[in-house]
Every structure is written in C-alpha cells, then in structure tokens.
Ligand binder design. Structure first.
Ligand code: GLY
Length: 327
C-alpha cells in the first residue's frame, strides 16, 4: 500500500476534499483526479476552466481536457468542445469507449451527446461582461482575421507584462487546472482542463488535451502536467520530457529543472509563463516555473488540508531560485 496523494495547480484546491475522500475510500487515481477537475470545471468563479470560462474572440467558450492513466498509458481527450460543462468526463469516455485518444470540435460534441452528457450554456453573465469590456476597450474589428491581429497585440502585451495584461483583460487569461493523483495501489493518473487562452482564435487548441505536452503519467516513473502558455509545452513536449528525464535516471527535481530549461530554447515572440507540476513514483513532488512567484498545492492522505508550496523558478541561465523541499 502506498500513501495516496494529490498534487495540483492552486485553483484545484477547491476539489481536494472530495479527491482525498475518494482516495481514502480506495478510489483509483484516475477517479480522484477526474473528480477534482470536475469540481473546478463547475466553479463559475474560475474564469479559466469549464463553466464560467472566458470565451474565444467570437464569444464562444471552447474547452480542452484530458485524462491519462499511468497504469496502462491510456489517454483520452477532447479539444475545442462547445456546450458541455464537464469536458474531463467526456475525455474519460473517449479513453474508455473509443479506439482513439483525442476528439475535437463537432465530433467531440457529437460524442458527448451520444454518451448522454447534457448540453449547457457555458458563458456566464460575468464572463460575457469581461469579454465585452475587453472588446469594447479596443478598436473592435469587423472580421475574425482582424480580431486575430487584436489578439496578437494582446499576446505581445501579455509577454511583456503578464500581470498587467491579465488585469486589463479581466482575469485569468491563461489558466488551466491540472491534477496529478496517486492512489493506495501506487497507480498514478493525470487530469487536465481549460477554456484556453481568453480571446483565442476560434479553434485554437493548447497543450491541455495533448498527452505529452499538457500532461503525462507513467506508473513506472511519475507524472507531470503544465499550466500557462500551452504553445510552449506543445513545442517542448514538456510533460513527457519530465517523465522521460526521470526514465533516463534524473531525480525528480533535476528532471523538472531540465524540462524548464528546455523552454528557453524556444524562439517565441509570445513567450510567457509556463509552470509544471510533477511527482515521481515514490511520492516526491515539485512545481517548477519559468516565472517567479508561482505556487502549487499538494496533500497526502495523512494531511487534513492541502498545503501550498512555492514553485522553483528557473531563470534563462538555468539557475534555480527557491529550491523545493521535495527533491
Ligand atoms: N495551458 C492552457 C492553454 O494554453 O490552453
């Protein structure tokens, strides 16, 4: 028997009570991770995930989500899914019911309908207000391509000054929920979900539903998942990199540092925050980021509540600041 645990992005803390309850009762890591993510998807105050998520340029909420089971290396995912509240549950069904990994757009919505998921309006009044304010505050163009130029300007602002750009945009322009879980049998799983970049070009898909980019789990070595600018995690295969570095013999802390260093090789005029969360097969856990001041949460079955820890910040020279206590 191993000690069950959860490691996650900070916004997942609202679901930890339920995730821990499930793990203590013997539920699988996959069940626990999905349950925590589902709670965040249902939280209208979180404008980066599920119901209440900020929309794309046209005002449509498009959702991405994934699950991966470290026991079998099976994964299921949906991308650019509209009109369903819990994409993580649809992703799980993709894994269980189809010989596929990822369904996108209309196909994902059709599958969700066929699996009996209820359709729902995802754009809350608050998210619509933020979207409208953002668009009225700019010179609202007439067509999508010009919207896209607007988004490029915004993305540049974001790269220059993430905190200010996030404030201007409303809130949570690039958030995601990621949860890594380990159960009493030592099985590891990852679940992820996001509404993606606020004001993204319609159809844009980030790292969150891509196994190896936004999340990866392998019982033999550990698991990792990412939040932040998904394009970076996709190009660097960040989640898989962490696990692969561990397979090649690096301890967790060094593997996560190496994957963070890889981000600096990307030629990216929109380079921005990318934070990774990782655990090894022995219960070690870390958060790493290419930006200072990030945190992650974790809880073991022996703890009463989640604890917040600083992520280790790796600078452009590969120097790690704030060394995590969990090497
Ligand atoms: N990491 C979330 C996204 O880029 O969509």
């Amino acid at each position: 028997m191993t000690t069950p645990m959860l490691v996650a992005s900070r916004n997942a803390a609202v679901g930890f009570d339920e995730g821990m309850r499930l793990l203590r009762e013997g539920a699988s890591a996959l069940d626990a991770a999905s349950a925590v993510v589902r709670i965040v998807e249902d939280n209208p105050e979180d404008h980066t995930v599920g119901y209440g998520g900020l929309p794309n340029l046209l005002g449509d909420v498009e959702l991405d989500a994934m699950v991966m089971d470290g026991r079998t290396l099976k994964a299921g995912a949906v991308a650019a899914l509209k009109g369903f509240r819990n994409p993580v549950l649809v992703a799980r069904k993709v894994m269980e019911e189809l010989p596929h990994v990822l369904l996108a757009g209309e196909g994902a919505a059709r599958f969700a309908r066929e699996m009996g998921f209820e359709e729902a309006e995802l754009l809350t009044d608050e998210a619509r207000r933020i979207w409208q304010e953002r668009l009225t505050a700019s010179d609202v163009p007439e067509d999508v391509a010009r919207y896209y130029n607007h988004m490029r300007r915004f993305a540049r602002d974001l790269a220059r000054d993430p905190e200010q750009a996030a404030k201007d945009a409303g809130s949570g322009v690039m958030g995601t929920v990621v949860v890594l879980a380990r159960d009493a049998q030592g099985n590891i799983a990852v679940a992820t979900s996001t509404s993606g970049w606020a004001w993204k070009y319609p159809g844009r898909v980030g790292d969150t539903p891509i196994p190896g980019a936004g999340g990866y789990a392998d019982n033999r070595y550990g698991a990792a998942a990412c939040t932040g600018r998904g394009e970076m995690a996709m190009r660097a295969a960040t989640a898989r990199s962490v696990v692969l570095y561990m397979k090649m013999g690096l301890p967790l802390w060094n593997a996560a540092r190496e994957a963070t260093i890889d981000l600096y090789a990307l030629d990216d005029e929109f380079a921005n925050v990318l934070t990774l969360y990782a655990m090894d097969a022995h219960g070690g856990h870390v958060g790493f980021s290419n930006q200072p001041g990030r945190t992650y949460v974790f809880q073991t079955a022996e703890m009463d509540a989640p604890e917040e820890r600083p992520c280790t910040f790796v600078d452009a020279d590969g120097k790690a600041h704030i060394r995590s206590q969990d090497m």
